[in-house]
Design a protein. Structure first.
Length: 160
């Protein structure tokens, strides 16, 4: 694989392409390998021992971190406070709709119960039940009329 340096050196070096095309004059030159790209670059690696190095304590970093955390918490609290009324009104709307549906259901149920009560307490039905259970009207001399009470009926006061 050719690198950019070898491509440029082939383009701008005079006679670089001709050297490959010509047969070698010396027989030993036939077995020579062409140069590796960037062969002349030498990198020196030195082991570095940092065990005795003491890190300098940054006095400002903890304060800066606390300020950043407090700022984000404040921003989050502000965002929550801004969104809270909208969320509350949305939940209240759902509750109102549920209560309207329940009211409608209860009105329908009440109308059905009133219809059933009217059917059960109709005079025709009561006469039919009296005949089935052998109820008879009492004789006029057997009827006892209670005397009218003085005051409220809800008071349980002894009469004098």
């Amino acid at each position: 694989m050719a690198t950019l340096a070898t491509i440029i050196s082939r383009i701008f070096t005079p006679g670089a392409g001709e050297a490959v095309a010509r047969p070698a004059e010396n027989p030993e030159d036939l077995y020579l390998v062409r140069a590796i790209p960037n062969d002349d670059v030498c990198l020196f690696v030195k082991d570095i021992d940092n065990t005795r190095v003491v890190r300098k304590v940054d006095q400002v970093a903890p304060k800066r971190c606390l300020k950043t955390i407090a700022g984000f918490c404040g921003a989050a609290a502000l965002l929550i406070l801004l969104l809270l009324p909208g969320a509350y009104s949305l939940l209240a709307g759902y509750e109102i709709q549920n209560l309207r549906e329940k009211r409608q259901q209860l009105l329908i149920e009440r109308a059905g119960l009133e219809l059933e009560e009217a059917r059960l307490t109709s005079p025709e039905r009561l006469e039919e039940l009296a005949k089935v259970q052998d109820f008879i009207d009492p004789a006029p001399d057997k009827i006892i009329y209670l005397p009218p009470t003085q005051g409220s009926l809800a008071l349980n006061l002894p009469q004098q």
